[in-house]
Design a binder for this molecule. Structure first.
Ligand code: HEM
Length: 475
C-alpha cells in the first residue's frame, strides 16, 4: 500500500489547535436514541456501527448509560489512536471487561507486564519459526479433509465448527506442543468464556458475577475446564527432565521461573495460555468460514482459486515455499478479511485528554476503531460492499487505499503477534480444501455476522460438501 499521505481524504483541521483540551466535539447520538442503541448493542452490534458510520461519518459520540464511547471511522484517526499516540491509550471496552474472564494475557495486559510478555512470546511467531509449522498445518488440514469426506454428498457439515477444530489443533500442536483433543471438546468452554466477556461488555460489568444465572454457571464451568488444561500443560512442561523444545509454552515457563509467588506464577501462565489459545484459533477459523461463505456466492472466484491450487500444488502435499505462488488464494483471504474482519472492533481507553483528527477526546473515555466499518468506508474503497479479490492485486484498489483503511491485524505496538501464522494457515488450508471439495450453502440460507469477541457467523454455517470430480482423495 502507498503511504497514508498520498491517498487519504482530507481531515478537517482542529478548530483550536492549541492544547489537548481544545478541538471540536464529535456529533453525539441524541438522548432519545439511547433505548434503541442499547437494544442494538445487545442484538446487532454490527449494524449499530455500520449505521452510525453511514449517518455521522468519521466521528460520533455514543452515550450509553454511564459510559460515553467515541467511535472514529477515518484511517487517520485509526493511525493516531493505534500507532502515533498509542502510548496514550490502554485497551478499552470489551477487552477491559474480558479481563474478568481471560485475565492478564498478552491481549489484555498493559505497561511493563505487556512489554515483558510480548518480548517473551514474539520470537516464537517470527516468520522462520512459523514456516516450521507448515507440516503440522498440512497434517491438520489432511485430518479436516478426512472429516469433510465423511459428509461428501450427504448431510451438511457445520463449517464453522470444522474450521474451529482445525485451528485449535494447529494452535495446540504448533504453539504448545500438544494435541488438545486429548482434553476432549474445548469449543463449548471457549464459547462460554467469550460469551461472558461480551456479556460483561454489553452490561457494562453491572451484573455481579456471583448471581446464580445459567450463563454464569456455564462460564465458570468453561473457565474451570480451560484452567485445568492450562495447568496440566504447565505442569508437564515444568516436570520435563529433557531440555525442552523451544515453543511458546517453554518460553513462558522459563520467563516466569524466577517468580517466587507460586500462585501468581500459575495465574500468569494460565492467563497467557488461555489468551493465546483464544486469540489464536477463533480468528483464523472465522477468516476461513467467511471465505467459504463468500466463494460459494462467487463461483468464478472459487473456480479460479481451485485452478490455482491445482496448478501450484497438483496432487502433492504443500510446502512453505508454495505460499508465495498461491497468490490468488491469498488475495481471496485478504478480501474475505476486508468484508468480515475477525476482530471487528479495536477498543481503547484514553489515559489523558487528546485530540483525534481535531476532535476533543477527554481523559478516561472509551474510543473505538472498527476494522469492519473502515474496510467498508466508501471514501477509501470503491463499491465497498462488493466481494472482489482483485482489489488485492499489486496495483489494485487496496494498494491505492490509505495504509490504515485496511487493518485486519490491527496496527501499532499492539498489532497481532500471530499474523504470519494466521495467513499461512488460512492460505494453505483454503487451497487444500478448494482442490478437493466445493462447499455449498443450501438454497435460501444466508450468513449473518454476529459480533462477539470475534466476528462469528450467526448460528454457524451448515454447508453441503461436494467432491470435485477427478480430485485425488489422498491429496
Ligand atoms: C486471521 C487471523 C487473525 C486475525 C485477523 C487477528 C487479528 C488480531 C488483531 C486485530 C489484533 C489487535 C487487537 C487490538 O489492537 O486490540 C490481534 C492481537 C493479537 N493476536 Fe491476532 N489475529 C489472528 C490470528 C492470531 C493467531 C494465529 C494468534 C496466535 C496465537 C494471535 C494472537 C494474538 C495476540 C496474542 C494478540 C495481542 C497482541 C498484543 O496486544 O501485543 N492472533 N490479533
Amino acid at each position: 500500500m502507498t503511504s497514508s499521505e498520498t491517498a487519504s481524504a482530507p481531515v478537517p483541521p482542529p478548530v483550536v489547535p492549541a492544547g489537548r483540551d481544545a478541538g471540536r466535539v464529535p456529533p453525539g447520538t441524541p438522548m432519545r436514541a439511547i433505548p434503541g442503541l442499547m437494544r442494538k448493542l445487545w442484538f446487532d452490534r454490527i449494524s449499530l456501527l455500520a449505521d452510525a458510520a453511514d449517518e455521522f461519518g468519521d466521528a460520533v459520540r455514543f452515550r450509553m448509560g454511564p459510559k460515553t464511547l467515541y467511535f472514529f471511522n477515518h484511517p487517520d484517526h485509526a493511525k493516531h489512536v493505534l500507532a502515533d499516540n498509542s502510548a496514550n491509550y490502554h485497551k478499552g471496552i470489551g477487552l477491559h471487561e474480558a479481563r474478568r474472564a481471560i485475565g492478564d494475557g498478552l491481549l489484555t495486559s498493559e505497561g511493563e507486564l505487556w512489554r515483558r510478555q510480548r518480548r517473551t512470546i514474539q520470537p516464537a511467531f517470527r516468520r522462520e519459526r512459523v514456516a516450521e509449522m507448515t507440516d503440522l498445518i498440512v497434517d491438520e488440514a489432511h485430518t479436516l479433509l478426512g472429516r469433510l469426506e465423511a459428509h461428501a454428498g450427504r448431510d451438511p457439515v457445520d463449517v464453522v465448527a470444522e474450521m474451529t477444530r482445525l485451528t485449535l489443533g494447529v494452535v495446540g500442536r504448533g504453539l504448545l506442543g500438544t494435541d488438545l483433543a486429548r482434553f476432549g471438546d474445548l469449543s463449548d468452554a471457549f464459547e462460554a468464556v467469550q460469551d461472558q466477556a461480551m456479556f460483561e461488555m454489553v452490561t457494562l460489568q453491572m451484573v455481579p458475577i456471583w448471581l446464580p444465572l445459567r450463563k454464569h454457571r456455564r462460564f465458570r464451568a468453561g473457565l474451570a475446564q480451560l484452567a485445568d488444561v492450562a495447568s496440566s500443560l504447565v505442569a508437564a512442561c515444568e516436570n520435563e527432565s529433557q531440555p525442552a523444545k523451544d515453543n511458546v509454552i517453554t518460553r513462558l515457563v522459563d520467563a516466569y521461573r524466577d517468580e517466587s509467588d507460586a500462585s501468581l506464577r500459575r495465574k500468569r501462565l494460565q492467563d497467557e495460555l488461555l489468551t493465546l489459545l483464544l486469540a489464536g484459533h477463533e480468528t483464523t477459523a472465522s477468516t476461513l468460514s467467511w471465505t467459504w461463505y463468500l466463494i460459494d456466492r462467487h463461483p468464478d472466484v472459487a473456480d479460479r482459486m481451485r485452478a490455482e491450487a491445482l496448478a501450484v500444488l497438483g496432487e502433492r502435499t504443500p510446502k512453505f515455499e508454495d505460499l508465495h505462488a498461491l497468490r490468488y488464494t491469498n488475495m481471496v483471504i485478504q478480501e474475505a478479511m476486508r468484508l468480515y474482519p475477525p476482530v471487528w472492533a479495536l477498543t481503547r481507553r484514553a489515559l489523558r485528554a487528546d485530540q483525534v483528527g481535531g476532535y476533543r477526546v477527554p481523559a478516561g473515555v472509551d474510543v473505538m476503531i472498527s476494522p469492519y466499518t473502515l474496510h467498508r468506508n466508501p471514501a477509501f474503497w470503491p463499491d465497498p460492499q462488493r466481494f472482489d479479490p482483485q482489489r488485492f492485486e499489486p496495483t489494485g484498489a487496496a494498494a491505492a487505499a490509505h495504509r490504515y483503511a485496511y487493518i485486519p491485524f490491527g496496527a501499532g505496538p499492539r498489532v497481532c503477534v500471530g499474523s504470519h501464522l494466521g495467513m499461512l494457515e488460512a492460505t494453505l488450508v483454503a487451497a487444500m480444501v478448494a482442490r478437493r471439495f466445493r462447499l455449498e450453502l443450501p438454497p435460501g440460507q444466508q450468513g449473518r455476522p454476529e459480533a462477539m469477541l470475534s466476528l462469528r457467523v450467526r448460528g454457524g454455517l451448515k454447508m453441503l460438501v461436494r467432491p470435485i470430480q477427478g480430485s485425488h482423495p489422498a491429496s
